[in-house]
Design a protein around this ligand. Structure first.
Ligand code: CFM
Length: 534
């Protein structure tokens, strides 16, 4: 869609070296077998990236949504203030259960703590949290300054665990560790595996059939609830969700499930792999966004369990759900048909949403990620070719071995190999395969490139997050946030697809856009140049 001149022009303002570097992060899908993209590398200094930090990935994304745990941010208050309820991972309070999602806990580290150390302050914060809230578990998350002054949060956690008799997990997720929030996902995954998963057995429902964990689903705007509604209608027993609307105790017993579903590959593939090694539970890549994605995933799940009754029930539910939404989606498609969109999100949604956009007649012409790795773009087969960088070494590798007591093969190795031929067991094909020829894929996109592409392509819809939503809208283009869903959702599953289509149609077709004049069209603009050799 975008021709080469647009890309050249977009890159043209950068110094020569930067042009070379950035070009490797941009791919025009050409249908050839293998297209490589540079990813998970440091952002070039001076570029306004959309990425977040390691702490954001660890506490904000993976750990934070566990509702009955107190998540203490060990660091200056700014780190907490920025992270307070900015991600719409929803959680319902269970009967007799805790729900701390609306709270923000911080040690409020000050200058003097930086000089004299802040471990004492952390101990006091834990004591206060236990006294006031009586939580079932606590997590400690350190931010940049804590790593710099060298507080030993692991030992504080160990002592607190002994003193209060509850699990206290320490996450050494200082913001600077890694090139993006992706490092934080990995650190959280390791800690979950070490100190949470497999630490308790299931008290109820221990013998249910079709038991599953949903991994990498964070219940943004209620997505997990809509997914579970359908799964439970079919007869699945959801042991845990990692980590949307989840409870600590459910994740502790998650080793008892018979299948792990991986929704967001980027943020949780480490746990999925370690699970297989330690407990013998295979993982299946699913996509619960869009009716086509949802139906395909449900069919693959049924195939995994291979039970005739389950397969039949799956077909029955798909038919029932589809019948309820098809007519409405067709109407929305008529309105949107021929439209184009740009989608830039974190590390998995640009892929997941492709089928939903197409269902309503919108073609995603440029798509991209903030922090995905090459395997999220090109498929897992490239993992052996990915070179380790110095930044990767900031994340300690966790070696897991078979849990002799709890390891249990869910099916024979031969049967599993056979299934791998048919369904996405231990496999992820990545975003690029789903992109249409001629469309563009961009890694670690930035504000300059966003503006240039919007100007050149004038898409009907721009999907990203709060950092660039209003940039697009000031240019007269409706922007739907695909991180937080603005105030909408759920968008997952069958009914979620209708919610999404409705929100998009309303947003795109409001007459507001024809009345918007960007501020730079109203007067003289300052001209500037980027320094360095061109
Ligand atoms: Fe996974 Fe996510 Fe995403 Fe992600 Fe995120 Fe998110 Fe995201 Mo925002 S875990 S990679 S770190 S699907 S918060 S729920 S929307 S960038 S594409």
């Amino acid at each position: 869609m975008a021709d080469k001149n647009i890309i050249d022009e977009m890159l043209g303002v950068y110094p020569g070296k930067t042009v070379k570097k950035r070009r490797k992060h941009i791919v025009e899908k050409d249908g050839s077998q293998k297209q490589e993209i540079a990813a998970n590398q440091r952002t070039i200094p001076g570029i306004m990236t959309n990425r977040g930090c390691c702490y954001a990935g660890c506490k904000g994304v993976v750990g934070g949504p566990i509702k009955d745990m107190i998540h203490i941010v060990h660091g200056p208050i700014g780190c907490s203030y920025y992270a307070w309820k900015t991600r719409r991972n929803k959680g319902r309070t269970e009967k007799n259960g805790n729900n701390f999602l609306n709270h923000s806990f911080s040690t409020d580290v000050q200058d003097s703590d930086i000089v004299f150390g802040a471990e004492g302050k952390l101990e006091k914060a834990i004591a206060e949290a236990v006294e006031i809230f009586d939580p079932g578990a606590i997590g400690i998350y350190s931010t940049c300054p804590i790593g710099l002054i060298g507080d030993d949060i692991d030992s504080v956690a160990r002592q607190a665990k002994e003193k209060y008799g509850i699990p206290v997990l320490s996450f050494n997720c200082e913001g600077y560790k890694g090139v993006s929030q992706s490092a934080g996902h990995h650190i959280a995954n390791n800690q979950f595996m070490k100190d949470m998963i497999g630490t308790e057995d299931r008290k109820e429902h221990a013998d249910e059939k079709y038991s599953i964990n949903i991994m990498g689903e964070y219940n943004i705007g209620g997505d997990a609830w809509e997914i579970c509604r359908v799964l439970e209608k079919i007869g699945y027993d959801v042991v845990s969700i990692m980590t949307g609307d989840s409870s600590f105790k459910d994740i502790q017993a998650s080793h008892e499930a018979d299948l792990n579903l991986v929704m967001c590959h980027r943020s949780i593939n480490y746990i999925a792999e370690m699970f297989e090694e330690k407990y013998g539970i295979p993982w299946l890549k699913v996509n619960f966004i869009g009716p086509e994605g949802m139906a395909k995933s449900l069919r693959e799940m049924a195939k995994y369990f291979g039970d005739e009754e389950l397969i039949e029930k799956t077909e029955e539910v798909i038919a029932e759900e589809m019948a309820e939404i098809e007519a409405e989606l067709d109407e929305y498609k008529e309105i949107c048909d021929g439209g184009t969109a740009m989608i830039f999100v974190g590390g998995s949604r640009s892929h997941h949403y492709q089928n939903l956009f197409r269902r309503i007649g919108i073609e995603p012409v440029v798509v991209g990620y903030e922090f995905a790795h090459r395997d999220d773009y090109e498929g897992r087969e490239v993992i052996p070719d990915i070179k380790e960088t110095a930044d990767d070494k900031n994340i300690p590798e966790l070696e897991v071995t078979k849990d002799e007591k709890r390891y249990q093969l869910r099916m024979s190795k031969e049967k599993l190999e056979e299934l791998k031929e048919e369904i996405a067991i231990s496999e992820y094909e990545g975003l690029i395969k789903e992109v249409k020829n001629g469309n563009y894929v961009i890694d670690d996109y930035n504000h300059h490139e966003t503006v240039k592409l919007i100007e050149a392509l004038e898409p009907n819809l721009y999907c990203s997050g709060i950092k660039d939503k209003y940039v697009a809208q000031k240019m007269g283009i409706y922007s739907k946030q695909l991180h937080s869903y603005d105030y909408g959702g759920p968008y997952a599953g069958f009914k979620g697809a209708v919610n999404f289509a409705k929100d998009v149609v309303v947003g795109m077709n409001t007459p507001t856009w024809s009345h918007v004049t960007p501020p730079w069209k109203n007067g003289e603009q300052l001209e500037g140049k980027i320094g360095g050799a061109i």
